[in-house]
Design a protein around this ligand. Structure first.
Ligand SMILES: Nc1ncnc2c1ncn2[C@@H]1O[C@H](COP(=O)(O)OP(=O)(O)OP(=O)(O)O)[C@@H](O)[C@H]1O
Ligand SMILES: [Mg+2]
Length: 499
């Protein structure tokens, strides 16, 4: 054994000696010409190809996106297989990304092809004063694969890494909730069109009170959409999907948007149309949204006088001030004073149909409304709003979800049966928001039964109130009929008298 070590030692010493002689006596330009020849000679017997991916590249040494994507792609395998790891905390990421440390190697497999990934560090001797100190020590990944696999790697594996890496990146990013700034704040130093906070809404499809069948349908629709980039490309359609959520207040429209964003790991852009002055501003705002995002316009019927152009004439004829809501009155006032928003239905539609095609990345647009009948048919036709989702009053299945969320109550005792009877047989209408409010424990030690009983009482009260409302409605209608009849009689009498 000792002899072997002596031989290895002397062989290494000889190699170092030869290399020193070579460096000393061969002029630089000769060495430069010799190296490619040596490399070509080695290539004859070395059947592997290498690709390098540098962390910083380009003239201005900007961070290479591909490097970060590869880092994300390899992070799963690195954290379980590499022995030396590096923790990377980048701005805007919600957790630490573990990547392999310098000079580590891991293997990966793709369609039966084995590849090797190495992380390397390159020390530059540049003495120049640099604004980017990191360029002194540049890192890169080396991808090594067999010559015979060249086609698979260059045609498919690199695309696969990009896709998967981007997916990991999106999963790992800290998601944001954006809201639009009024345009007077758009100019000046460091001003942006959107302000953001971290999006941490806890709603998920599991906590959403809704029939499970409907829930699954929406989830499948979302998954299908987010995986159909190739399909949208093939048919030449912009990668977007429109949802219209409609239903009475408190039925979970806003909660559904949060659940969708959490399900897909998307950012949310909450677009307040009343602060957008005109269509140009709208376009400028929307063009600044990023891919993988949900753009929400809440209460579309109140945000804009979208139905205005068509109904204007009618309104002028009738102009029944008592029948319109305070919001509509305010909008009318702003319109007449010229201070309100000038965003038009066609501006919004043009954007939804046309402009988006030019913006890469998938986007979902969600409109919510309490009154679907008030919307212009042009806005809600299929193809524009691809899916209409009705959020309705609490059914028994939805109640069970709420009972589980609020009370951890799974058992179906007598109280559950009574609630089922009230909801399904008596058909009492109560929003999930109200049901939740009744189920919420008022003190820390309140019993589940107390909460369920409170809900039963509230449901019965609601039944009584609904009855009263119907009676009042009928009385009102009768009264209106009487007035009309009286008017008609008066008119006829006047006519007779004239004759
Ligand atoms: N389907 C639901 N599942 C779970 N929670 C719900 C549901 N609907 C309402 N809630 C609860 O009620 C509250 C109000 O709901 P949300 O704001 O989503 O209603 P909305 O339909 O958007 O009402 P609005 O039309 O007034 O905007 C939420 O905080 C949520 O906790
Ligand atoms: Mg809402």
């Amino acid at each position: 054994m000792g002899e072997v070590w002596t031989n290895i030692g002397s062989a290494v010493a000889s190699l170092v000696f030869i290399y020193t002689i070579f460096e000393r006596f061969f002029p630089y330009h000769l060495r430069e010409n010799l190296e490619p020849l040596v490399q070509r000679f080695i290539n004859l017997f070395y059947p592997y190809i290498q690709i390098k991916f540098f962390e910083y590249s380009g003239e201005r040494f900007e961070r290479n996106d591909d490097y970060a994507t590869i880092q994300n792609y390899l992070s799963k395998d690195s954290s379980s297989r590499a022995k030396k790891l590096r923790a990377n905390t980048s701005k805007g990421s919600k957790s630490i990304v573990l990547s392999m440390d310098d000079h580590e190697e891991i293997t990966d497999e793709f369609k039966g092809v084995k590849v090797w990934w190495q992380s390397k560090k390159h020390q530059t001797d540049s003495r120049s004063i640099s604004y980017f100190p990191k360029t002194e020590e540049s890192r890169f990944y080396i991808l090594k694969f067999h010559v015979r696999d060249r086609q698979v790697i260059t045609n498919r594996y690199l695309d696969h890494i990009r896709k998967e890496g981007k997916k990991m990146e999106v999963k790992n990013r800290e998601r944001k909730l954006y809201s639009n700034n009024p345009s007077q704040n758009w100019s000046g130093y460091n001003q942006t069109k959107w302000s953001h906070v971290t999006f941490e809404h806890p709603a998920t499809f599991d906590t959403l009170a809704m029939e499970s069948e409907k829930k699954e349908e929406i989830k499948n629709d979302l998954t299908k959409f987010s995986n159909s980039q190739d399909c949208y490309k093939r048919i030449g359609k912009a990668w977007k999907r429109g949802y219209l959520l409609h239903g009475p207040p408190g039925t979970g429209k806003s909660t559904m948007v949060a659940a969708m964003a959490n399900f897909l790991d998307y950012d949310v852009y909450d677009l307040e149309l009343t602060t957008v002055k005109d269509n140009t501003e709208l376009r400028r705002l929307l063009i600044e949204t990023s891919g993988k995002s949900i753009i929400v316009i809440e209460d579309i019927d109140c945000s804009l006088d979208l139905t205005g152009q068509r109904k204007q004439k009618k309104e002028e004829e009738e102009d029944d001030e008592d029948e319109i809501s305070p919001i509509e009155k305010q909008m009318k006032k702003e319109k007449s004073e010229g201070t309100g928003s000038k965003v038009t239905l066609s501006g919004l539609l043009n954007f939804i149909d046309g402009l988006w095609s030019a913006c890469g990345g998938e986007r979902i647009i969600v409109f919510t409304t309490n009154f679907i009948d008030k919307l212009d048919p042009a806005l809600i036709r299929k193809g524009r709003m691809d899916k209409h989702i009705e959020m309705s009053y609490c059914g028994f299945e939805a109640f069970k979800v709420l009972a589980r969320n609020y009370l951890y109550a799974e058992e179906e005792g007598e109280l559950f049966q009574e609630i089922q009877r009230l909801l399904e047989v008596e058909k009492i209408k109560m929003t999930p928001a109200d049901v939740g409010e009744n189920l919420l424990m008022k003190t820390e030690h309140e019993a589940k039964e107390t909460c369920l009983n409170r809900l039963i009482v509230a449901l019965k009260e609601e039944k009584e109130e609904a009855k009263k409302r119907v009676e009042e409605e009928e009385k009102k209608k009768e009264k209106e009929k009487d007035i009309k009849r009286k008017r008609r009689d008066d008119d006829q009498r006047e006519k007779k008298e004239d004759i």
